[in-house]
Design a protein around this ligand. Structure first.
Ligand code: ATP
Ligand code: MG
Length: 267
């Protein structure tokens, strides 16, 4: 089941053929919420072990169209996790300093250390998405990046970092509804920028850019998952299933105790 939404290496992704409706994959919202909460407890326990073991690393990437639910997913999936062992990095438009380096420089600096779980809210994929759609770099420059990204992720994987990448897949209608909700609720105004409407006009170009990025960069060592995300309850469950499955494979162990602990008396 964790593999339901995994993109197999080499597959050509056509997002118009993948339903963004969680309802198409699960009919019981209540049961889904329950399973999600149970699995979330498993993340907390497994992350505790990962941190104690201090040997393996997990990198979790989230990408989505605007209002796709990156923030909400991060908030609900990682609730309760020990913040000491889990970090979130959000990647905005590069600063002037960052632009004086290669595109992976700022990314590499945020990859997880041993024992850590690292979440990326946007990522190096922006460099083949917004950069491509808004023509921020010439085509040969961003085209070369698919291979550069694969090589970079291979380097991370070979050095003991497990990588999961999630594209939160919403429909254009759902985006409209979420934008409207942001406009209607003063507490959500800060989440809305007029630039979001410009990007919405480029929906088709973004979709094509996502399709190519996901098709070319879903590898055995750093798979992409296209998560139906129109319903939050299904999105959270689907993401959590994949993370728990991966953490179980990693099977982190508490480090061995010091010899003679059974004889110790605390005075
Ligand atoms: P939300 O989805 O909740 O609106 P956000 O991630 O969009 O949050 P913003 O501050 O609104 O946060 O947007 C960050 C912006 O930075 C995005 O428009 C994104 O495309 C842009 N960005 C990120 N990485 C790059 C990059 N490498 N080059 C150019 N722009 C980038
Ligand atoms: Mg935004």
């Amino acid at each position: 089941m964790p593999d339901t939404h995994r993109i197999v290496p080499g597959a050509e992704v056509d997002l118009s053929k993948i339903s963004p409706e969680g309802k198409d994959y699960h009919s019981h919202k209540k049961a889904a919420r329950k399973e999600f909460k149970t699995l979330r407890r498993e993340i907390i326990e497994l992350q505790n072990r990962l941190y104690a073991e201090c040997r393996q690393r997990l990198l979790i990437v989230f990408q989505a169209m605007d209002a796709g639910g990156k923030d909400g997913t991060i908030r609900s999936v990682f609730r309760g996790v020990n913040p000491q062992g889990c970090r979130v990095a959000s990647f905005k438009a590069p600063t002037r300093d960052e632009l004086h380096h290669d595109f992976l420089w700022r990314i590499h600096a945020q990859t997880p250390a041993s024992g850590m779980m690292q979440v990326f809210n946007r990522s190096h994929y922006e460099d083949v998405l917004v950069v491509r759609v808004d023509k921020l770099a010439p085509e040969p420059v961003w085209r070369a990046r698919y291979e550069q990204i694969n090589q970079f992720e291979k380097l991370l994987a070979d050095s003991g970092t497990r990588i999961l990448k999630f594209y939160l897949h919403i429909s254009k209608d759902e985006q409209k509804a979420r934008f409207q909700e942001r406009l209607d609720d003063p507490a959500k105004h800060w989440k809305f920028s007029l630039g979001d409407l410009e990007k919405r006009k480029q929906w088709g170009e973004y979709r094509a850019a996502y399709e190519e990025a996901i098709s070319r960069c879903s590898t055995a060592y750093a798979p992409w998952y296209v998560i139906p995300a129109n319903q939050n309850w299904y999105r959270d469950l689907a993401v959590t299933r994949v993370i728990v499955d991966r953490l179980k494979q990693m099977n982190p162990q508490y480090p061995p105790e010091e010899p003679g602990l059974d004889l110790v008396e605390v005075e």
